[in-house]
Design a binder for this molecule. Structure first.
Ligand code: NAP
Length: 254
């Protein structure tokens, strides 16, 4: 009997993990996406899309589809689905593990200030007009309308519709990974003096922080939400080892 795994995805790591598991004949892997991105990148395993209907819905899915292992490989800031994963695992008795990238740590020369979300970032920007790069999701930039004195550069995967109700904003489309030379050029071109971002971890979106360090630019960084207790892997390799261990134990009937 194949060992069924559901990966909650929407991240590069989830796609990479699925890619490593896809050729395995002892496993049957499905990847779940929230369905936020208009044109998601191709995935190496079958995909299901859309919410489950809370923790209860996810627990029912796990039972109905005879899932043996749930892997929460969502973004570290996707707090609701991670909480649901922990609850659904408890409700259904299906074991779960998390794959989350370790947070970035500041290096000498970094000008980071940690904030608890967009409202606090707006306050931290202060009253004087600044040139701000919002490296955030489309759904998270609304609060900056309360601070219309600043110029905003907004980069998103899909267009921001409707645009932010501020007098001075520019929009660019882009999907990582981004390189350091590219990010340095962007920050210089738009004369950015503050970046607002999340501590996503990983390499795909780190370059803006290396560029900010070099250019002496302030970074307002959202604190990570707390993740519920669950066995956790910090890399795809670590997650693979944990999955092998569990699938192996299941095969031996342990
Ligand atoms: N937040 C970020 O900064 C960020 C960055 C990059 C990628 N992402 C990815 O984008 C997706 C949405 O993030 P979010 O912050 O909006 O999530 P969220 O606030 O934690 O979740 C909101 C709701 O969306 C549904 N959902 C989220 N992830 C799902 C998944 N992988 N499969 C099926 N349903 C999912 C769930 O609906 P139901 O309750 O109905 O099940 C969940 O309750 C996640 O897959 C995440 O990995 C997020």
């Amino acid at each position: 009997m194949t060992y069924r795994i559901l990966i909650l995805g929407g991240t590069t790591e989830a796609r990479q993990l699925a890619g490593k598991l896809a050729p395995r004949r002892d496993l049957d892997v499905t990847l779940s996406l929230a369905g936020r991105t208009q044109d998601p990148v191709a995935q190496p395993v079958p995909v299901r899309t859309g919410g489950f209907g809370g923790a209860e819905g996810l627990a029912a899915y796990l039972r109905d589809h005879e899932i043996r292992l749930l892997v929460d490989a969502t973004h570290p800031y996707a707090a609701r689905i991670s909480a649901n994963a922990a609850l659904a695992s408890r409700q259904s008795g299906v074991p779960a593990l998390r794959l989350h990238r370790p947070a970035w740590q500041p290096l000498p020369g970094d000008r980071w200030q940690m904030v608890d979300g967009a409202e606090e970032a707006v306050v931290a920007l202060g009253g004087a007009s600044r040139r701000v790069f919002l490296a955030l999701g489309r759904q998270e930039i609304g609060p900056f309308e309360a601070a219309p004195a600043h110029f905003y550069l907004i980069r998103s995967v899909d267009p921001v519709e409707p645009p932010l109700a501020v007098p001075d904003a520019a929009y660019i489309l882009g999907r990582g990974p981004f390189g350091e030379a590219e990010e340095t050029g962007l920050l210089q071109h738009w004369r950015i003096d503050a970046i607002v971002c999340k501590n996503s971890g990983g390499t795909a979106t780190y370059a803006k922080l290396a560029a900010a360090r070099k250019l002496d630019i302030d970074v307002l960084m959202f604190r990570r939400p707390e993740a519920p207790a669950m066995p956790s892997a910090g890399s795809v390799g670590e997650a693979l080892a944990m999955i092998d261990h569990r699938a192996g134990s299941a095969k031996r009937g342990e």
